[in-house]
Write a protein that binds this ligand. Structure first.
Ligand SMILES: *Cc1c(COP(=O)(O)O)cnc(C)c1O
Length: 449
């Protein structure tokens, strides 16, 4: 009988060599330390991205601020800068310490990308940025715009008419489609969103109400992307979530903003005050871009961990095997079925995986039940309402409280450094979820307590 090879080995051989893969294939929650994490200075000029590109992205978002402030009045109070609050959550900290054995001696913060204006998820960073970058390029090439202009001119009919002759498309499980669709439609671009089977009805309805063409697939995210990419003609700009450096750079700008927010809260981050950041991961662009930015800003003082559903741990498989996008969850007989919107991804980004290979400190995987339960607890204790995927990072601190986690901490940090640490859970989405759906998440979580 012929056995299927994953790279050069069978699943059985992989699982024997890396016990974490056996645990992962058995759908258990795991905590994994990245053995290739690079101590010392990481190489920031890598795989076609650089700190200069990140600054460029930040400046582009500043140029667009006058346009955004007018086009989306809810952003006017922040002068058109799309940003989310950073908040300390002491009651949640107590809950994690008591019930989940989290080894947190410092403080616990939440980054509320769930409340990002315009599209209510982390995709409002990268997704919207890529649409803006594309629109700017078109308008500059056409000679309609100069970088020194006030970009609120983009709201004029002449721009709308011009953009309506240009096509934009994306494949998505939902949240990226929302960001691309809402911004694409606002500019007037002819926008098509290819939605995977798990995408929620309300997202499709909302996009259609804005004039976006929604194409539905019965297959998963990878298929929606593949079909979308195939159907996009040469004149169409396809936002390629699996490979886009533009998306990645849009996400990375978050770190520059985070640095300012921490300063304003007088929370130090340095070798004596380490920062641990926990980020939900789908294809990898969002958490990867943020991690890149964080390593640039804070260097070795910061450690980033990804959190993935036990049913869709694609980045973990890519990193452990080193096969990146040459491995999928299906290869390990994992079904890619999860309640976590945005995280139901079977194959990771190859580009992001290569960068994360030395940047990322580790990963945790989280069950659907756990995510629902955390939705309930966060709402009850802190009155913060997020979608299930946005809670995955909360299992990071308990990971550090496990035996392996403790050993890792104690090897690297003194007792006082551990006491001085800041733990930051990145809550990636939620404010666009209709109230009825949110109530269902809450009730489901409550039933699991
Ligand atoms: C997309 C998404 C993520 C992860 O981003 P990737 O770029 O796919 O890794 C996390 N949380 C939510 C709510 C998302 O929509």
């Amino acid at each position: 009988m012929e056995t299927k090879l994953i790279g050069s080995k069978t699943a059985e051989q992989w699982e024997k060599e890396f016990p974490v893969l056996a645990e992962t294939a058995a759908l258990r929650e795991v905590f994994w330390i990245n053995p290739r994490y690079k101590k010392g200075n990481v190489e920031l000029n890598c795989f076609g991205v650089s700190p200069a590109d990140m600054d460029d992205a930040s400046q582009r978002l500043d140029r667009f601020a006058p346009f955004i402030a007018k086009a989306f009045p809810e952003t006017a109070k922040d002068k058109g800068i799309i940003e989310s609050p950073l908040k300390e959550i002491p009651k949640m900290l107590e809950f994690l310490q008591k019930e989940k054995g989290a080894d947190i001696h410092g403080r616990l913060l939440i980054k509320l990308d769930s409340q990002l204006p315009i599209s209510g998820s982390i995709k409002a960073r990268g997704g919207i940025y890529e649409v803006l970058a594309h629109a700017e390029k078109l308008a500059l090439e056409k000679g309609m715009l100069k970088e020194s202009d006030s970009y609120d001119v983009l709201l004029e009919d002449s721009f709308h008419d011009f953009f309506s002759t240009r096509e934009l498309a994306v494949g998505s499980t939902g949240n990226l489609g929302l960001s691309i669709g809402i911004m694409g439609a606002k500019l007037g671009l002819k926008t098509t969103v290819h939605m995977s089977a798990d995408a929620r009805q309300w997202k499709k309805d909302l996009l259609r109400s804005k004039g976006v063409t929604v194409v539905e697939y019965e297959a998963d995210y990878s298929k929606a992307v593949e079909e979308g990419r195939k159907l996009a003609g040469p004149a169409c700009h396809f936002v390629d979530d699996e490979n886009s450096k533009t998306l990645f750079l849009g996400y990375s700008v978050a770190a520059l903003r985070l640095q300012k927010q921490l300063e304003a809260m007088k929370i130090p981050v340095d070798t004596e005050h380490p920062l641990f950041v926990y980020l939900p991961c789908g294809v990898g662009g969002g958490p990867g871009g943020v991690t890149y930015g964080i390593k640039r800003v804070f260097g070795n003082a910061a450690h980033c961990f990804f959190a993935e559903p036990t049913h869709a741990p694609c980045m973990l498989l890519g990193l452990v095997t080193g096969l990146q996008d040459k491995v999928s969850v299906g290869d390990f007989c994992i079904d890619n079925k999860t309640c976590a919107d945005g995280l139901a991804v079977g194959r990771p980004s190859s580009f992001v995986g290569k960068v994360m290979d030395t940047f990322l400190s580790g990963e945790v995987t989280v069950s659907d039940e756990q995510m629902y339960r955390l939705v309930y607890k966060l709402a009850d204790l802190e009155d913060l309402w997020v979608e299930p995927s946005a809670t995955a990072g909360f299992m990071g601190p308990p990971g550090l409280g496990s035996k392996a986690g403790k050993a890792w901490l104690e090897e690297r940090f003194s007792a006082s450094e551990i006491n001085n640490a800041t733990h930051l859970v990145w809550a990636t989405g939620g404010s666009m979820v209709p109230a009825g759906e949110m109530q269902k998440y809450y009730e489901t979580g409550k039933s699991y307590i």
